[in-house]
Design a binder for this molecule. Structure first.
Ligand SMILES: [Zn+2]
Ligand SMILES: [Zn+2]
Length: 155
């Protein structure tokens, strides 16, 4: 945990942030109670240097465990269900996937990934069209989340 505010140098305490959300279309990312280093002036910063990187890896890992189709084709992408059928080209709805996260030495907090889901017309399974696509949006979404949380830019 860092000891001083990167903006003003005052002492910081670990406190949870309220609801913070960010977007990298079509992904919406939400966190609630995310621990942050906060000073008396109300500045907020990640609790240590590794926190944001950890968050990216964690969300990518969790994202890759969600039910998803697979990408086929170089130029014209198709998305296939695990049953072998092609997924519909339009999603029917957005779905949010709640996650419980905990960083070493900090209280647990909640996160949510919201993405369009696609229904397979053959077997009826609803799924993301691609885990790889989700992972691509996670990194960018975290950059926006960093700003939305009022964290300084670092690294
Ligand atoms: Zn400060
Ligand atoms: Zn299917």
């Amino acid at each position: 945990m860092i000891k001083n505010c990167p903006r003003c140098g005052n002492a910081v305490e670990m406190k949870p942030l309220g609801n913070v959300s960010a977007e990298d279309k079509p992904l919406t990312l939400r966190v609630s109670g995310m621990p942050a280093a906060q000073c008396a002036k109300g500045h907020a910063a990640p609790i240590d240097r590794d926190f944001m990187l950890w968050l990216i890896h964690e969300l990518k890992n969790r994202g890759s465990a969600l039910q998803a189709g697979s990408e086929k084709g170089m130029l014209f992408k198709k998305y296939m269900c695990s049953c072998g059928a092609e997924l519909a080209s339009k999603s029917e709805k957005r779905q949010s996937f709640p996650l419980d996260l905990a960083y070493q030495g900090a209280p647990a907090f909640k996160a949510e990934l919201e993405m369009p889901v696609y229904k397979c017309s053959a077997c009826g399974k609803e799924q993301l069209r691609s885990a790889k696509e989700l992972q691509g949006h996670v990194a960018q979404g975290i950059a926006s989340l960093n700003d939305a949380a009022g964290f300084p830019h670092s690294g």
